[in-house]
Write a protein that binds this ligand. Sequence first.
Ligand SMILES: C[S@@+](CC[C@H](N)C(=O)[O-])C[C@H]1O[C@@H](n2cnc3c(N)ncnc32)[C@H](O)[C@@H]1O
Length: 215
Amino acid sequence: MTPADEQREHWSATFAAHPEMYGDEPSEAAVAAADTLAAAGATTVLELGAGQGRDTLYLARRGFQVHALDYAPEGLGAIEAKAGAAGLADRVRIALHDVRQRLPFADDSVDASFSHMLFCMALTTPELDRLVADLRRVVRPGGLVVYTVRTTDDAHYGAGITHGDAMYEHGGFVVHFFDRALIDRLAAGFTLVDITEFTEGELPRRLARVTMRRT
Ligand SMILES: C[S@@+](CC[C@H](N)C(=O)[O-])C[C@H]1O[C@@H](n2cnc3c(N)ncnc32)[C@H](O)[C@@H]1O
């Protein structure tokens, strides 16, 4: 079993045990991304690694049509229930999907993609290369890709169990820590619009929010 397969079981068990792991408030990253996407005229957003939907619901409330993907079914079930209860079912579509596989969307079919802490999961650099190449396929020309990642400034970088490729395991979770070179590498074929550093949580986690435009 690969680290990503093991992580899928870990995320499923974690979401089952902690139905509100990240709470209901949207992430700071999603609030900032929503402003950027709205200003760019986006209406359809592909959210990768949606978790339990704190940002999915926020984006739907902001008026976007959200396609929320994750490989942990427990989180997706929670998103569907919350969207229904909030009267947002028509703005939220969920799909069980592992981002190591080809995205289940047609070419040029979405205005934008958003993902908070998905790229920095147990994905190798070649898997990330394939993922961004596929995002270049499904996001329409001129559309935006906004993603956040934990960076090599994070206190957990270099600590815990090493998995190679700048991936370290802490408390059962594997994180791929990003440096500027990896951000630049993944921007091939996009215009790198912005990199904003921010923190989240108690550690605090040190992250970068990256905005790229499909050229
Ligand atoms: C750090 S959590 C973030 C969840 C959510 N974006 C949030 O901020 O509330 C990472 C999410 O990515 C999902 N994930 C990790 N690897 C994945 C993969 N290969 N394919 C799809 N989802 C994945 C996990 O199941 C988990 O829901």
